[in-house]
Design a protein around this ligand. Structure first.
Ligand code: XLS
Ligand code: NI
Ligand code: NI
Length: 443
């Protein structure tokens, strides 16, 4: 097979901080041990099939700019195009040296004229993928069904006013979940692209939420039925494409999962750019997921402070990623989840090797962040102060309140006698300086 990325030999190697080589890692040293685990096992990097191979650079103002010949709309052999695309994708995974990839059903297989045809085409491409995975050792972090691109989903999938569309979506997820299972996928993602509304004037929110709850329950039942052991993950996003999405943020997902009795069955796939669109920090969403017992996986990317849109840039801010990685490590790290680069090139990045530069930068940023976060945890750089801050809750009064021995009345009576509480500094600026110092210092 001729190489598509012929200017890159791969695998991309770790060359360290003193290297000026552009196609080399400066921070990501896959076998380096960090807090008892290799970097590779901590970070569990995945390449997203859609942005990297199924998007040619088009935006709402213009046609594609990128060199993606398999997407040529005039080609008659759709299956041949999908196979070509897959050859190129695996060439990329291998040369980059990344352990995982992620896909939507429609990224890897052509769409047929009927559901049956689409399902058959997906099966063909799953066989192809299985062979590539065997050959290369690259694994599947997660699969997902695209329930938002086809016009049939214009008014939602599970939340559609028409149960026929719900049924179609259910069929699609059943098939894609089985495909993911067959490929040994470690998770299955449910992003509710159009599960929301454009206007309340035509929307019955209560019904739509009940439909979505039923849909998720059916996915859980099916997962157990076919013996899929990976995690099911909801991916929160506040809006875009709809004006309002029901899986707005981690807190909204948690409330939804609690209401429909799905806690323990469904976790979350947190995307950095979705977090910021919802008005939260990335770190906040991770902390909220651990607090609610629904942390799963990460879509690592970044937005742009000037633009309120899901821009899916590659991660560039070590500080932002450090604060997120800190919460991930603090919560115990990934189990089946990982860091998926749900990120795309800029439209002008038209050279084939730009895809390597993008991922190398993203992987180095995350590896750097991991080292900083892990060093701060090892040294108790933030935790010592945090522990002291809550010490009262581990002592007598705190324990009596939490244990239920105190009542509102007993605390009233106590307060009549007690001196006013003293105040302690929150030390925010000092802590921010601590983070900055670790970012500078870590090697
Ligand atoms: C879109 C989402 C999507 C999901 C998978 O904004 O991030 O890419 O990750 O459907
Ligand atoms: Ni995503
Ligand atoms: Ni996104």
């Amino acid at each position: 097979m001729s190489e598509f990325f012929s200017t890159v030999s791969g695998p991309i190697e770790f060359k360290g901080l003193d290297s000026d080589e552009a196609l080399a890692f400066r921070w990501y040293d896959s076998e380096r041990m960090v807090a008892g685990k290799s970097m590779k096992d901590h970070l569990r990097f995945a390449v997203a099939y859609w942005h990297s191979f199924n998007w040619d650079g088009f935006d709402i103002f213009g046609r594609g700019t990128l060199d993606r010949p398999w997407l040529d709309p005039t080609q008659s052999d759709a299956l041949g195009g999908a196979k070509f695309k897959m050859d190129v994708a695996f060439e990329f995974f291998e040369k980059l040296g990344v352990p995982f990839f992620c896909f939507h059903d429609v990224d890897i297989a052509p769409i047929g004229a009927t559901f049956r045809e689409s399902a058959d085409l997906l099966d063909v491409m799953v066989d192809e993928a299985a062979a590539h995975m065997d050959r290369t050792g690259v694994k599947l972090l997660w699969g997902t069904a695209n329930l938002f691109s086809d016009p049939r989903f214009q008014a939602g999938a599970a939340t559609n006013p028409d149960p026929e569309v719900f049924a179609y979506a259910a069929g699609q997820v059943a098939h894609c979940l089985s495909a993911t299972h067959r490929l040994g996928g470690q998770n299955y993602v449910l992003w509710g692209g159009r599960e929301g509304y454009e206007t309340l004037l035509n929307t019955d929110m209560k019904r739509e939420l009940d439909q979505l709850g039923r849909f998720m329950t059916m996915v859980v039942e099916h997962k157990h039925e076919i013996g899929f052991e990976g995690m099911l993950l909801l991916e929160p996003k506040p809006f875009e494409p709809t004006k309002h999405q029901y899986d707005f943020d981690v807190a909204a997902c948690h409330a939804f999962l609690a209401k429909y009795d799905l806690i323990g069955e469904i976790h979350t796939n947190i995307e950095v750019n979705h977090a910021t669109l919802s008005g939260h920090d990335f770190a906040h969403e991770v902390a909220a997921a651990f607090a609610g017992g629904i942390f799963g996986s990460i879509d690592a990317n970044a937005g742009d402070d000037r633009l309120g849109w899901d821009l899916d840039r590659f991660p560039v801010s070590v500080e932002q990623m450090t604060l997120g990685m800190y919460e991930i490590l603090r919560g115990g790290g990934f189990t089946s989840g990982g860091l998926n680069f749900d990120a795309k090139l800029r439209r002008q990045s038209t050279a084939r090797d730009d895809l390597f530069h993008a991922h190398i930068g993203g992987m180095d940023t995350m590896a750097h962040a991991l080292l900083v976060a892990s060093a701060m945890i090892d040294d108790g750089a933030l935790e010592d102060l945090r522990r002291d801050r809550y010490a009262g809750w581990d002592a007598d009064l705190g324990q009596r309140i939490l244990g239920g021995t105190e009542t509102l009345q007993s605390l009233h009576d106590r307060t009549l006698e007690a001196p006013d509480p003293t105040r302690e500094s929150g030390r925010q600026e000092q802590l921010e300086n601590t983070v900055a110092r670790y970012i500078d210092r870590v090697r």
